[in-house]
Design a protein around this ligand. Sequence first.
Ligand code: PMP
Length: 422
Amino acid sequence: AMANAASSSPGNDSTSLVPERFTRFDAHPGYQQLAMLRQGAEQLGLKDPFFKVHEGIAGATSVIQGQPCINFASYNYLGYSGDPRVNQAACEAVTRYGSSVSASRVVSGERPIHRELEHAIAKAYQVDDAVAFVSGHATNVSTLGYLLGPKDLVLHDEYIHNSSLVGAQLSGAKRMSFSHNDPDALDALLSRHRHQFERVIVVIEGLYSMDGDIPDLPRFIELKKRHQVWLMVDEAHSFGVMGDNGLGLHEYFAIDPRDVDIWMGTMSKTLSGCGGYIAGTKALVETLRYFAPGFLYSVGMPAQVAAPSLKVLALMQQEPERVEKLHSISRYFLQQAKKHGMDTGHSIGAAVVPIIVGSSPLAAHLSHTLLEQYHINVQPILYPAVPEKSARLRFFLAYDHTQAHIDQTLDALAKLLAQAQS
Ligand code: PMP
C-alpha cells in the first residue's frame, strides 16, 4: 500500500531520472571487468582458468573433466580429505545428528561434537578454549569486526587475506599496513601511533598462501609485548603444515602459544572440513561465543562438517610421518625449481611454492598448456590478485606428491618457459 501511495503521488515519481547503469546488473563495474577479462582470455586462445570442475577427491592427483591429472591446486596438505576414516566420521555424525543442527548454537543448535572439536583445537594450541565458526572468512570478519572499534587501530601485513581486511573495515577502526614480513616497519608504526589509540591489534599470517613464506614470530611477539598490543596469527595455511607435528607456528618456533593473543585458523585446509576457529583465553573465546555476529546470528556447524576435523586432529597425532613427508616433498620441489633457475620468490618450501613468471598472460598461458598438454593442474595467480610483474603459478604440495610428479611437472614447465622466451 505504501509503494502504491508513493508512485501515485505525482511529485514523487523519479523513475525517469535514474540512469539505467544504476539499475542493470550487466552495467555493474564488476560485470564489465569480467567481460574484459573474458575477452582478453579469448584473444589469447585460453580457456577460463576459473571454476574448473574436479570430479572426485582432489589431492596430489585429481580428475578434471574426465582427465586424470597431477594436481597442485588443492590445499589438502595431509591428504585427509577423502581419507576413508575421515569420511566414516562424517557419515556417523550425519546419521546421529542429522544434516543440520537447525539453529544457532546459542539458541539450541549446540551438539556435543561442537565442544569436542573446540576442546581438541584448544588442546593443539595449549590454550584455554576455542570457538568454531561455520566459515573461515566469517571468522576473521566477525572477530576483528566485533573486537575493535573506532578508537582502535588494526595494523596488518600488506599481504593479509581479504577476510581480515573486511573485518578491519567492518570494525570502524583505523587501518594501516606494514611491508610484508617486516617487523622493523611495524615497530616504526607502533612507535609513532600506539599512543593515539585504545586497543591496537597486529594481524599476520602463519604461512602466506601466495608466497609460501612465514613471519619471524618471535620478533612479532617481542614487539607486541613492548608496545602492549594484541597479536593475531591467521594459521589457515600453517596449521597442519608447520612444526614437526603440524601444530603450526608455535611448534615451529617453539614459543609459548599464550604469547599470541588470538590464534585463528580454518577447518578447510588440513582439517578437511569447512569453517574457522579462534583459540585463546577463556575471556576472549567466551566474548566471541556470545557476541561475534557471524557466530551468534549464524547456524551452528553441521555435525558432518565438524566430525572430519575432529577426526583429522586425532589422526595427525597418530601419523606425524605425513607431516614429515609433506616437508620433504615441499623442500624437494623448491630445490628442483631453483635448479631449473625458476623464480620461487621468498618461499621457504613448506607446502606453498610460487613460480613467478612476470606477466598475467604468460601465467595464464602456462597454466592452460600444462593442463591441456601435460595433464598437470596448477592455478595461475593473476593481476590484480598480485602485482602484474609478479604474476605466478602457485603450487600447493601434498604429502603424497611423489618425486616423479614433481620431476615431470618441472621438466614440462621448464620446456614451456624456454619456448615462451624464444
Ligand atoms: N585466511 C586465510 C589466510 C585464507 O587463505 C583463507 C582462505 N583460503 C581464509 C582465511 C578463509 O578461510 P575459508 O576459505 O575457510 O573460509
